[in-house]
Design a protein around this ligand. Structure first.
Ligand SMILES: Nc1ncnc2c1ncn2[C@@H]1O[C@H](COP(=O)(O)OP(=O)(O)OP(=O)(O)O)[C@@H](O)[C@H]1O
Length: 523
């Protein structure tokens, strides 16, 4: 199609169709209105030139026909193209559907892959964690390997040591066998020596008893109290020989009554089993008594009593002071006994006295408590001779029972420790009223004690023990199966000379008493 630019006078709108971008053929069509086309390339003929016009028209028709032809061709061609395009479109749609499906598949796949990616990320995180764990475990493994090596080396050492120990053990077992043999031999020796010891102990008791018997059954110790005020060297009337602890002399210068003769020195010599001077300590005194306490533990009845004028130191000797150094015979004897004994199982007394109770004791403290109770009940008072005079006799009696479970033997004894009330002269003590009555009763019981001792010394057939409660209570100690010791306490003051002389004479009489040989209460 060719156009002349000059002749072109478009009168209507042109439609431009553009073929789809995608397709096999690409064409541009321009469709012009007929009126406009009629003027193309045709020169204007005069009105009268009909022929010319007809020929133009025919030419035009021909042109148009050929154009139609070509358009039809073109149209066919286009139809064909359209068919093709439609086919192509259908193919493309198919393809599109396929692609869409593929896209859907791909999206699904993508989703799946996203999940996989998440899984992968999680797995990766887990892998990182595991890697860390692995490295940690590797380190631990390394440490454990080190430890294992160390343990293996230790094991080797231990095995070596074990081998050494095993060999030592074998040696020990051998020496144990030898030791067991030795122990058997030693046990036999011990049993033999125990038997020898027992025989030795029996021998010791026998010898101890013989010594006690040789010393006399009623033994007498004399104790001189120190001056409570004043200078000890002023005491001239009591003389204690320096090298003889058994003798004592009372000396007094007697003035001539007429004045024509010179004053005479009168001396009274006494001899006892032991004389303790004013400086003797409580411990020294008890050393002697402890032998008697041992006799009580060996099964002998033992009695120790203190006699003397009021204020001469009887209570101090038997009980003493609160400090351990000042303890007297009773607390020291209790201590000695409880060092050896664990329990006392009761008491079985042969002599009973009205208003007297027997109390079971298990230890030293219980005994001390009883002594305190007894002291509270004991009557004391201020007299002309002593600020704290004991106005009663105090009798401490302990029943001892011993058992040798190995040999099934038993022994029983009584330890009797007596602090007598002080003897005193009526005039000197200036006692009145109740004190006077007390003093009379005390003196009476002491007189009865003297009578009993005199009867024993004279070996009389009847001994009047029942004359007083005191002698009745002490009858087993004085005349029976007992080892008896008497303390005669004397005061150092010169005005007590007469009382001291009386006491020492009485004590000498007691010292002469032979009351028979005591025997141990053993079963
Ligand atoms: N060896 C001594 N050393 C020191 N002081 C002593 C000694 N002996 C006795 N005394 C003291 O002498 C005083 C009288 O003693 P104690 O009370 O023992 O006498 P007593 O003979 O028991 O008197 P009584 O018969 O009146 O009861 C007490 O103060 C006591 O402490």
């Amino acid at each position: 199609c060719s156009f002349s630019a000059k002749a072109l006078r478009p009168t209507g709108a042109a439609t431009v169709a553009v073929a789809p971008a995608r397709g096999i053929a690409k064409h541009i069509w321009l469709i012009c209105p007929l009126s406009a086309a009629a003027g193309l390339g045709v020169s204007r003929r005069p009105g009268w030139d009909l022929k010319g016009k007809v020929s133009d028209m025919e030419a035009k028709v021909q042109n148009y026909q050929s154009k139609i032809k070509s358009v039809n061709l073109e149209n066919d061609h286009l139809k064909d193209s359209i068919t093709k395009a439609q086919k192509h479109k259908a193919e493309i749609e198919d393809e599109n559907r396929g692609l869409k499906k593929r896209l859907g598949d791909c999206e699904e796949e993508l989703e799946r892959l996203a999940t996989v990616k998440d899984d992968l990320a999680q797995t990766s995180t887990e892998r990182d964690g595991l890697k860390k764990d692995l490295s940690k475990l590797s380190e631990e493994h390394k440490v454990l390997e080190g430890l294992r090596d160390h343990l293996e080396s230790e094991l080797r050492n231990i095995q070596t040591q074990l081998a050494i120990q095993s060999s030592t053990l074998r040696q020990c077992q051998d020496s144990l066998k030898e030791s067991q043999e030795l122990v058997r031999n030693l046990e036999e020796t011990v049993a033999r020596q125990r038997e020898e010891l027992h025989l030795g102990e029996m021998e010791r008791r026998k010898l101890h008893n013989t010594i006690q018997e040789l010393k006399g059954n009623i033994r007498v110790f004399c104790r001189v109290r120190p001056l409570l005020t004043g200078n000890q060297s002023d005491v001239l009337h009591i003389q204690l020989p320096a090298h003889d602890n058994k003798a004592l002399t009372l000396a007094k210068t007697e003035e001539s009554h007429t004045g024509r003769m010179a004053d005479t020195q009168k001396s009274y010599n006494f001899s006892f089993d032991r004389v303790f001077g004013p400086r003797a300590t409580q411990r020294e005194v008890f050393e002697e008594i402890s032998l008697l306490v041992q006799s009580a533990l060996d099964g002998y009845n033992v009695c120790c009593f203190a006699y003397g004028q009021t204020g001469s130191g009887k209570t101090f000797t038997m009980e003493g002071g609160d400090l351990e150094d000042l303890w007297g015979v009773i607390p020291r004897a209790v201590q000695q006994i409880f060092k050896l004994f664990v329990c006392w199982k009761g008491c079985n007394n042969e002599i009973t006295v009205t208003n007297l109770t027997y109390q079971k004791v298990n230890n030293e403290d219980e005994v001390h408590n009883l002594i305190m109770l007894a002291n509270q009940n004991r009557s004391t008072a201020r007299t002309g001779m002593n600020d704290h005079s004991s106005r009663s006799h105090s009798v401490f009696q302990l029943d001892i029972e011993g058992q040798n479970s190995d040999r099934d033997t038993k022994c029983k004894s009584v330890l009797c420790l007596v602090d007598l009330a002080g003897s005193e002269r009526v005039q000197k003590s200036q006692s009145q009223g109740d004190r006077f009555k007390e003093m009379t009763a005390i003196n009476s019981s002491l007189t009865n004690l003297g009578i009993v001792i005199a009867a024993l010394a004279n070996k009389e057939s009847f001994i009047p023990y029942r004359n007083s409660k005191l002698t009745y209570l002490l009858q087993n100690c004085l005349g029976g199966n007992s080892k008896t010791l008497m303390f005669v306490n004397i005061a150092p003051e010169e005005e007590s000379f007469g009382e001291s002389l009386n006491s020492l004479r009485f004590a000498s009489k007691v010292n002469d008493c032979v009351i028979g040989t005591a025997s141990a209460n053993r079963k």
